[in-house]
Design a protein around this ligand. Structure first.
Ligand SMILES: [Zn+2]
Length: 162
């Protein structure tokens, strides 16, 4: 069971790399304009426990991002590091070390060994959704877009408490 899911992840990585390398069509980057409706639930969550999947789907639903990911992948730390290296991504030390987004494939990778709590998961997913909304690798642009998403998460938590 476990072996099989790793195989799936590896194939997914290979497919994403191939896609990234051949993707010259700007339409692949932003399909929002051509989609008839926002794909609220049509993205895939891979490698997550059922609790993690429920949590991340709830958080994304609350944040109502402008651009939804196509897939959210929970991966072990070694797989995370390997994938980042495959995409030649520089993950700044001490900064967003628990997740990153591959923009051309709208894929969010989460290091399932590194994120520490439900709240921190939502906080950093907001940042990754910010990258998608801004369609930019800029950390400032992502944080700017993430501000509204974090506010929605916070408001939802307040409503749940009172
Ligand atoms: Zn970032």
């Amino acid at each position: 069971m476990r072996l099989r899911s790793w195989t799936t992840l590896s194939l997914m990585t290979i497919a994403l790399v191939a896609w990234g390398q051949t993707s010259t069509n700007p339409k692949l980057v932003n399909t929002e304009a051509t989609s008839p409706e926002p794909s609220v639930n049509s993205y895939t969550v891979l490698g997550a426990t059922s609790e993690q999947e429920t949590l991340v789907r709830d958080q994304i639903r609350i944040m109502q991002p402008d651009v939804y990911p196509l897939r959210v992948l929970f991966v072990s730390h070694w797989k995370y590091v390997e994938t980042a290296r495959t995409f030649r991504l520089h993950v700044p030390a001490g900064y967003i070390s628990a997740m990153f987004t591959h923009l051309p494939s709208r894929s969010v990778f989460i290091d399932s060994d590194r994120y520490v709590s439900d709240d921190s998961l939502g906080y950093w997913v907001a940042h990754e959704l910010g990258h998608l909304a801004a369609n930019s690798a800029s950390e400032n642009a992502a944080d700017k877009a993430a501000r509204e998403y974090r506010k929605r998460l916070k408001d939802a938590r307040k409503r749940a408490v009172h």
